[in-house]
Design a protein around this ligand. Structure first.
Ligand SMILES: Nc1ncnc2c1ncn2[C@@H]1O[C@H](COP(=O)(O)OP(=O)(O)OP(=O)(O)O)[C@@H](O)[C@H]1O
Ligand SMILES: [Mg+2]
Length: 188
């Protein structure tokens, strides 16, 4: 099976369309209560699809310290939580330049997963198997919104994005996610 077919075969837990970057952030925020230490999120989507934007919201929902920014140049960044708060830290990885195998193993995400939630942008084909409880989040912009020949720089602010949540490993129940997100959008 090709990579695409493998992903398509995973059970879809939710498919949601966001109309703005703020809505994508709120979707990340809404996902936070569904996660626990040891969970791995693999984020897929083209350059500028909204993976970091989604992770910013997740960081807000997890109440981590430090604003979430792209970890491109440092590869992995740990966002701690207030000591004694009972909150769970977030480890944010950009695997764009990493190869499957040694490169990703050198980050020692196994240890990070003992007490943190780990999010890996560009992790498909590289990070599977690291955790028995893994969620795949694919972020796509419907092709019709960008004219042919466009690139990242041409992406207008606030374009519709479709986020598809799939169970990559372990049992997941995200049935409450759409309502939790809609409630946050209404309050915003
Ligand atoms: N509906 C939307 N959801 C998320 N981001 C959006 C949306 N509409 C517009 N944007 C914009 O698209 C850009 C997404 O950038 P972001 O850094 O999150 O992408 P990325 O997938 O992490 O890119 P990279 O592959 O370079 O890491 C931001 O500038 C954001 O404001
Ligand atoms: Mg990014």
């Amino acid at each position: 099976m090709t990579d695409l077919e493998t992903t398509a075969a995973l059970p879809v837990l939710a498919t949601l369309e966001t109309k703005t970057a703020a809505e994508t952030r709120l979707l990340g925020q809404a996902l936070a209560p569904f996660l626990k230490a040891g969970d791995l999120l693999i984020l897929e989507g083209e350059l500028g699809a909204g993976k970091t934007t989604f992770t910013q919201g997740l960081g807000a929902g997890l109440q981590v310290q430090q604003r979430v920014t792209s970890p491109t140049f440092i590869i992995a960044r740990t966002h701690p939580v207030a000591p004694g708060s009972g909150l769970v830290p977030l480890v944010h990885v950009d695997a764009y330049r990493l190869q499957a195998g040694d490169d990703i193993e050198s980050l020692d995400l196994d240890s990070a997963l003992e007490d943190s939630i780990v999010v890996v942008e560009w992790g498909k084909g590289k990070a599977e198997g690291i955790s028995p409880h893994t969620l795949m989040v694919e972020i796509a912009r419907p092709e019709t919104t960008l004219p042919p020949g466009s690139d990242f720089a041409d992406i207008p602010e606030d374009t519709p994005c479709v986020l598809t949540f799939r169970a990559s490993a372990g049992a997941w129940d995200l049935s409450g996610l759409p309502a939790a997100w809609e409630a946050l959008v209404r309050q915003a």
